[in-house]
Design a protein around this ligand. Structure first.
Ligand code: DON
Length: 312
């Protein structure tokens, strides 16, 4: 039996989730990047964007935080736009790793390809694929333009975060050169790593992320700007990548308990895609031990379960 959910019901449930978790003090800010360690841990925002562009927004939904690993989804979309689904499958892959986001072991175990553009290895590989090859400035422009089209407005580089990440990204430097060893980087490794580090340092709001999520849920048509950002055929590819590995080694637990494909970042953001219905984003800096925002997870799970929404 089909069940109709009203906008008022979504508003009520989102407000309940916000009230329920706003004073939760579990988790800890990411501390391996100095900038992130110093963000106010009390910040908490939720934004939902429906297919008609209507929004439901609570708390710090306009606060600009580091997009971090959520950016992997946006750049995956860019290379899907530039190369098509088949080439991305061949050059990177669409598998889960079952390992943490920055795993080197994942590359060694599956050295014929980096597995998925949504873990560090595949994301650095994706940045290496961005066209035009060999031109860092033009590649960066393509990355930012794509982000802007998806989010409906431009994200802004957080310079202090970029400096903080660049000074501490030793593990990612190893990943870039290991990929080179396996012929899985398609441009200069240091340039590709720098593009990855810069895209992770983009400042984004929950509002913007919910528009990006809604654009994926809406088959590439941005509900805010009404612009067709990518081909309809790519939408299920993107959602499947998110569903497969959005929470890294905890993706199965996440899908089992929330029912919504979602992608996390150590900046505290989570982007969720409910195809044909909504894009949802939540943000709160304290993370669990796997690097996922505690409050954003709780809020999204609560909203999905209470509304009875589940992609399965
Ligand atoms: O690669 C890194 O270490 C970060 N710039 C991004 C990590 C991240 O957000 C992982 N996701 N939860």
């Amino acid at each position: 039996m089909e069940r109709t959910i009203t906008i008022q019901q979504i508003k009520d449930v989102a407000q309940e989730a916000y009230n329920l978790y706003k004073d939760n003090t579990e988790g800890k800010n990411a501390d391996y990047i100095p900038y992130l360690a110093n963000i106010n841990p009390k910040l908490f925002g939720i934004s939902i964007c429906l297919m008609n562009g209507e929004k439901i927004q609570l708390g710090d939904y306009q606060y600009q935080f580091g997009i971090e690993s959520v950016s992997k989804v946006l750049t995956a979309i860019l290379i899907l736009r530039q190369y098509g689904a088949q080439k991305v499958l061949e050059m990177i892959g669409a598998d889960a790793t079952g390992l943490p986001f920055n795993s080197i072991m994942a590359i060694l175990l599956e050295n014929d390809h980096p597995s998925t553009p949504l873990v560090n290895a595949g994301a650095i590989s994706a940045d290496s694929m961005v066209q035009p090859i060999g031109n860092s400035d033009a590649k960066w422009k393509a990355i930012v333009d794509n982000m802007t089209e998806l989010c409906g407005s431009a994200p802004q580089l957080i310079d202090e975060l970029y400096k903080s990440e660049s000074a501490t990204n030793f593990n990612n430097r190893s990943i870039a050169w290991l990929l080179k060893n396996y012929n899985r980087i398609y441009d200069d490794p240091d340039m590709s790593l720098d593009l990855y580090t810069r895209q992770c340092s983009m400042g984004i709001t929950a509002d913007q992320l919910s528009v990006c999520a809604a654009t994926i849920a809406n088959d590439g048509l941005n509900p805010d700007t009404k612009k067709q950002v990518f081909d309809k055929e790519l939408a299920p590819k993107i959602t499947s990548l998110i569903a497969t590995v959005g929470f890294y080694q905890h993706t199965g637990d996440w899908l089992y308990t929330s029912g919504v494909p979602a992608k996390t970042g150590v900046g505290g953001g989570v982007l969720g895609v409910m195809p044909g219905i909504m894009g949802i984003a939540a943000f709160a800096p304290p993370l669990d031990e796997a690097g996922n925002s505690v409050k954003a997870q709780l809020a999204i799970k609560y909203i999905m379960n209470k509304l009875g929404m589940n992609i399965f």
